[in-house]
Ligand binder design. Structure first.
Ligand code: FAD
Length: 279
C-alpha cells in the first residue's frame, strides 16, 4: 500500500484508485493524464505487459465519462530492447485510443531516444489523425529544429523544460538558457499552430506567457502540471476556463517516482517530513 506521504504524488496502485482520483479532480474541472509507472525495461515481457495494461486502461477510460487520457514512456514500451518493440507497443495503444476515443501522449526520455520517439509520433499522429501527442524538451539544442519538423503534424505537442541531465554540447544546462529556449519554442508553437499546444510546466512565468501568446496569436492551448504540484493553481486555472490537465502516475512502481519528486524540491522534502512528524 502507498503510504500517505507518497499518495500526494501517486494516484494509488491500481486503475480503480486512479479512476477515483480522476473523478475527484474532474469535479473541479481538472482533467487527468494517467501514467502507469514503469520504465527502462530490459525484457520484452515487461514491455508487452505494460502495453497490455495501457490497452485495457484506454478501453476502460473509453467506457466511462471521465475526462482522462494516458501518457506512456518509450522505455516502458521497450525502446531499450529495440525500436521495433517500442513502435509495435506504442501502435497497439494508439489503435486502442483510436477505437475508444482516448488521447495517447508519449513522454520524451533521454536524448538517445529522441529520433526514434519523434519518428513514431509523426507516423502514428498522421495515420490516426491527431489522436497522439508528443512531449519535447526545450533544454535540447535540437528542439527548435524538431519543432519545425513536427509543427504541422496533427495531434498535440507538450513543451517541457526537460528532466534529464544532458551533456552541454547537446543541451542548455543553465536555467536561464533553458528558460529562454522554452519561451522561444513556445512562441514558435503559438505562431505556427492553431491548437494542440500543451504547456507542461509549473512555472508561473511560462503559464502567464502562454496566456499572453494566446491573446496575441489566438491558438488554443492547455496547461499540464504534475499531481501534487501547485494543485491550487491547477484548480484556479481550470476555474478560469484554461484547459488544465494533471499528469497523475499510478501503479506499484511508485517508490522511485516519489523519491524523485522529494529530491527535486525542498518544499517536497519539508512536506514529507511534516507528514512523518504529523504536523
Ligand atoms: P522549474 O524550472 O522547475 O521551476 C520554475 C518555477 O515553477 C519555480 O520557480 C516555481 O515558481 C514553480 N515550481 C516548480 N516546481 C514547483 C513545485 N514543486 N512547487 C511549487 N512551485 C513549483 N520532462 C521530460 O524530460 N520528459 C517528459 O515527458 C516530461 N513530461 C512532463 C509532463 C508534465 C505534465 C510536466 C509538468 C512535466 C514534465 N516533465 C517532463 C518535467 C519537466 O521537463 C521539468 O523537469 C519539470 O516540469 C520542472 O520544470 P518546470 O517548468 O515545472 O519549472
Amino acid at each position: 500500500m502507498i503510504p500517505p506521504i507518497a499518495s500526494r504524488f501517486v494516484a494509488g496502485e491500481t486503475p480503480a484508485t486512479a479512476f477515483d482520483h480522476v473523478r475527484q479532480y474532474n469535479e473541479d474541472g481538472v482533467k487527468v493524464i494517467l501514467n502507469l509507472l514503469g520504465e527502462h525495461y530490459a525484457d520484452r515481457e515487461n514491455a508487452d505487459a505494460d502495453a497490455d495494461a495501457y490497452v485495457s486502461l484506454v478501453r476502460d477510460i473509453g467506457n466511462t465519462d471521465l475526462d482522462a487520457c494516458v501518457s506512456v514512456k518509450p522505455s516502458q514500451l521497450g525502446i531499450d530492447i529495440g525500436a521495433d518493440v517500442f513502435r509495435e507497443n506504442f501502435r497497439r495503444i494508439v489503435e486502442a485510443g483510436d477505437e475508444h476515443d482516448v488521447f495517447v501522449w508519449c513522454d520524451m526520455e533521454d536524448h538517445e531516444t529522441t529520433d526514434i520517439t519523434l519518428d513514431a509520433f509523426e507516423e502514428l499522429a498522421r495515420e490516426f489523425d491527431g489522436g497522439v501527442g508528443q512531449c519535447v524538451q526545450a533544454n535540447l539544442r535540437r528542439t527548435r529544429e524538431d519543432l519545425e519538423r513536427i509543427v504541422d503534424v496533427p495531434g498535440k505537442i507538450r513543451l517541457v523544460k526537460g528532466a534529464y541531465d544532458e551533456p552541454n554540447d547537446i543541451a542548455y544546462t543553465d536555467k536561464a538558457s533553458v528558460n529562454e529556449a522554452y519561451r522561444e519554442d513556445l512562441e514558435y508553437l503559438f505562431k505556427e499552430r492553431d491548437d494542440g499546444i500543451a504547456v507542461g510546466s509549473h512555472d508561473p512565468k511560462m503559464i502567464s506567457f502562454a496566456s499572453e501568446l494566446h491573446a496575441e496569436y489566438g491558438a488554443d492551448y492547455e496547461v499540464q502540471l504534475l499531481m501534487g504540484v501547485r494543485e491550487d493553481e491547477q484548480r484556479r486555472l481550470a476555474s478560469e476556463g484554461v484547459e488544465t490537465w494533471q499528469y497523475a502516475p499510478y501503479g506499484d512502481k511508485w517508490f522511485s517516482y516519489f523519491y524523485r519528486r522529494v529530491r527535486e524540491r525542498k518544499e517536497n522534502v519539508l512536506f514529507a517530513l511534516r507528514a512523518i512528524a504529523g504536523v
